[in-house]
Design a protein around this ligand. Structure first.
Ligand SMILES: [Zn+2]
Length: 473
């Protein structure tokens, strides 16, 4: 379980239940033992089965559709059912599925998305978009046929499908501006220029729409912290043209950390008396693994852990359901009979009895770390395997390491957290959250004929806690 937990990509999402109505969740991917301690208070541990409808080893688009929209889907597609075919625009209509973020918004809760990837990347996009291709970031990325058939790019859907998502933070500026528009932070670097063919400035349109609504757009850390969350109802923060940098490489003056973004997001969202739903993704854990850079991936995981801790300090288990899990795993392994106290990035205490060379405790099943020197496995003691960008040895050469197909861990705390136990399909997750928050389609259990909440379906202990809370509210 430990290596599985460490190898997961990071998708955190937090839905929160504030006072008697609110709800919160935090799904992550790469968890550390710190998280286990953090969540110990009232969690129920389970494993989540992550396959896509057409893949044993899933991708983040299909899995996000599962744990956000409640149905499994094909790989590469977001916010559409398995009846939709990847990259085939004409299979979109009629197969759209909505997410728990939308269910929460429709119920009057505030909603937010925080990610270290671009805000229109696979995971966040399943919360608001219906798209047969996760790579249709802007219309500049779409084939002419798909545009002619009426399919919309994901950046555009971020602002049009659920127009008032209260908090949006991450990267992705270049997909919001017309083609060739210089980026505000890197005006001399053409690769960061705008990508839109339709000439629209989605940030400008959003800002215009928010003029009288206490809505603010920020693109750097200083501007983010110049805001008082008490005076902000809507926030759009786009801190990079594409994904945010790895935490180890973050410019602490210009880019906020995941923890800082979560802190601001919760302070804005929790003002809503009816509660809020927040999706948090530590999305670059996954990228670190794809690069074979275990140190980057694990430091992203530590930052994810800090974000979860901060979320826990800003919320209460009596009114907030917090869920932490992964979208999928990676072919990452941690072995070699290392002793307690050994650096996790260090060597195993034994040599290979086949080639008589040392090996690192962390290895990948495949990826860019595959390396032969003079026809033999590289002797890792001749390189700096502790450096940030060292690519751990892989058994099979690939330019990008792949996801893994095994189950991932999930942790939860708060009201009705006990419903997350045992081994479950991934698409079960949003249904539990919706049930706990009394949002979405199935609300029959929420009220009795007298109009007061029915607690018959939950444990006496939890019922007691909730009853006390209601008296206090
Ligand atoms: Zn990935």
């Amino acid at each position: 379980m430990t290596s599985n937990v460490l190898s997961n990509t990071a998708v955190c999402f937090t839905q929160i239940k504030h006072r008697r109505h609110c709800t919160g969740i935090c799904v992550n991917a790469a968890l550390t033992t710190f998280i286990e301690q953090e969540m110990q208070e009232c969690n129920r541990n389970i494993a989540v089965v992550t396959y896509n409808t057409n893949a044993q080893v899933p991708d983040s688009a299909g899995t996000a559709t599962a744990y956000l929209c409640g149905v499994k889907a094909n790989e590469g597609t977001v916010g559409v059912s398995a009846a939709a075919v990847k990259s085939q625009c004409n299979t979109t209509r009629g197969n759209e599925v909505t997410s728990i973020l939308k269910w929460a918004k429709d119920a009057g809760k505030s909603v937010g998305i925080v990610t270290t990837t671009r805000v229109n990347h696979a995971t966040p996009s399943a919360a608001y978009a219906h798209c047969v291709d996760r790579d249709w970031y802007s219309d500049g990325d779409m084939p002419a046929e798909a545009l002619q058939s009426g399919c919309k790019d994901i950046a555009r859907q971020l602002f049009e499908n659920i127009p008032d998502i209260d908090v949006i933070m991450g990267g992705g500026r270049r997909n919001m501006y017309p083609r060739n528009t210089p980026d505000v932070e890197y005006p001399g670097d053409k690769k960061h220029n705008g990508t839109r063919k339709d000439g629209r400035n989605l940030v400008g349109e959003w800002t215009d729409r928010m003029k009288d609504k206490r809505g603010y757009y920020v693109w750097n850390r200083k501007d983010l912290f110049s805001l008082n969350p008490n005076n902000v109802d809507y926030l759009l923060g786009l801190f990079e043209p594409a994904d945010l940098p790895y935490e180890l490489e973050r410019n602490k003056e210009t880019d906020p950390s995941l923890t800082e973004m979560v802190d601001v997001a919760i302070k804005i969202l929790r003002k809503n008396e009816r509660g809020f739903y927040l999706l948090v993704e530590g999305g670059r854990i996954d990228h670190g693994h794809h690069d074979g850079k275990a140190k980057q991936a694990l430091h992203e995981a530590v930052e994810m852990d800090r974000a979860i801790t901060r979320a826990g300090l800003l919320t209460s288990i009596y009114d907030t359901l917090t869920v932490v899990t992964a979208d999928h795993s990676h072919v990452f392994s941690f072995g070699g009979y290392t002793h307690r106290g050994n650096s996790i990035f260090g060597l195993a205490p034994i040599m290979s009895d086949i080639d008589q060379k040392p090996f690192t405790s962390i290895l990948y099943g495949n990826g860019p770390g595959f390396k032969f020197v003079n026809g033999a496995r590289e002797n890792v003691s001749t390189v700096d395997y502790e450096q940030n960008n060292y690519q751990a040895q892989a058994a099979v050469p690939l330019s990008m390491e792949t996801h893994g197909g095994e189950d991932v861990a999930i942790f939860s705390k708060g009201p009705l957290a006990h419903l997350l136990h045992g081994v479950q399909e991934q698409h079960y997750i949003p249904h539990v959250m919706a049930y706990a928050a009394c949002i979405g389609q199935n609300k029959g259990h929420c009220h009795t004929n007298s109009g007061s909440p029915s607690l018959s379906h939950i444990s006496p202990t939890l019922a007691l806690l909730l009853s006390i809370k209601w008296l206090l509210c």
